[in-house]
Ligand binder design. Structure first.
Ligand SMILES: Cc1cc2nc3c(=O)[nH]c(=O)nc-3n(C[C@H](O)[C@H](O)[C@H](O)COP(=O)(O)OP(=O)(O)OC[C@H]3O[C@@H](n4cnc5c(N)ncnc54)[C@H](O)[C@@H]3O)c2cc1C
Length: 312
């Protein structure tokens, strides 16, 4: 690994990989840093049906892999490491990783978001022992077993429907009496005989003895307690932006989304933020790809301006 790049991109989800395809094709020396396997949220998603060009949809891991291959084809270097801070040194943006510091004139933050936690007893204790945020990864452990999905948005329904291929029953637990998910997913979920719904219900505790065995529930309106026997619980209650490593450097909203303009420029020259990490993102693969392209084009223009000022 070199130490000096034209552009460093933090996070190899759809946004970061699209940005790297564009900066690679612009012949900018590009480093893409990822702490896990490339793909971001789509690496653990079942079928993506709304990304144009795939008439029958495409499995999330397959789309991730195709994007990674395309990213490498145009010359972006990939570093498997976690970024834990960024500092400024004149016009250089210094990125602090687990594997040392790397520097570039431009930085694109595409660190996306991760699943929010319920914050109830048993959740962390049984993570990987029945508690999961990834139906694609873990559904096969629950063949003919009852499972629950917590949440009421697209991700909860999409992954709940995926789980019906394996589980004996999928109970969707939602704190409200209506779903937020898109209508087509709602229609499919209501028509699926293996899906059941517990409305106005919150999870109070995840119980087990080594592995998950049941959930302690409460009716959000009446306060009435109940319990549900399940072997797995899949939590899809929203996302938390991965922006802690930039606290104090970039202006953010209260939730931790980075503020940008239409060209994905942050308040700090030479630092751009795109995709799910930015404020008011549409949080879709297609908009993530669009954001990545926009940020890369803005970086190219920024570097051209720097070179023109330096008389290069
Ligand atoms: C279950 C589920 C189903 C979905 N289904 C669909 C769908 O059908 N259609 C659709 O359009 N969208 C769907 N989405 C949303 C879509 O996946 C996201 O909008 C998209 O992945 C956002 O891309 P991103 O690159 O901005 O962020 P992410 O995909 O979150 O990628 C960010 C990457 O940055 C890495 N990273 C974070 N912090 C650091 C760090 N400090 N150092 C190094 N690397 C770091 C992460 O590991 C991650 O790989 C779904 C999401 C989920 C959770």
């Amino acid at each position: 690994m070199d130490k000096q790049y034209d552009v460093i991109i933090v996070g190899a989800g759809p946004t970061g990989m699209t940005a790297a395809i564009y900066t690679g094709r612009a012949r900018l020396k590009t480093l893409l840093i990822e702490r896990m396997t490339p793909g971001g949220q789509i690496a653990t998603t079942s079928t993506v049906e709304n990304y144009p060009g795939f008439t029958q949809g495409i499995e999330g891991p397959d789309l991730s892999e195709a994007m990674e291959t395309q990213t490498k084809r145009f010359g972006a270097e990939m570093l498997s490491s976690e970024v834990h801070g960024v500092s400024l040194d004149g016009l250089d943006r210094v990125v602090h990783t687990d594997d040392g510091d790397v520097t570039a004139r431009a930085l694109i933050v595409t660190s996306g978001a991760e699943h929010a936690r319920l914050g109830v007893p048993g959740e962390l204790e049984y993570m990987g022992k029945g508690v999961s945020n990834c139906a694609v990864c873990d559904a096969a452990f629950f063949v003919d077993s009852p499972v629950a999905v917590v949440g009421g948005g697209d991700a909860a329904l999409d992954e709940g429907l995926f789980l019906t291929r394996y589980a004996s029953k999928v109970t969707l637990i939602h704190r409200r009496d209506q779903l937020r998910a898109g209508k087509i997913l709602q229609e499919r979920a209501f028509a699926e005989p293996k899906m059941e719904f517990q409305w106005d219900t919150v999870v109070e505790r995840i119980n087990g003895n080594g592995v998950v065995s049941s959930l302690s529930l409460k009716n959000a309106k009446t306060g009435a307690p109940s319990s549900l026997e399940v072997e797995g619980v899949f939590i899809y209650i929203g996302l938390t932006p991965n922006s802690n490593f930039l606290q104090g450097l970039l202006p953010m909203d209260n939730a931790g989304h980075i503020l940008v303009n239409a060209w994905m420029e942050t308040a700090v020259p030479g630092i751009f933020a795109a995709g799910d990490i930015r404020q008011q993102a549409a949080r879709q693969v297609v908009s993530a790809a669009g954001d990545g392209a926009t940020a890369a084009l803005a970086v190219r223009r920024y570097l051209q301006e720097l070179r023109a000022k330096a008389g290069e």
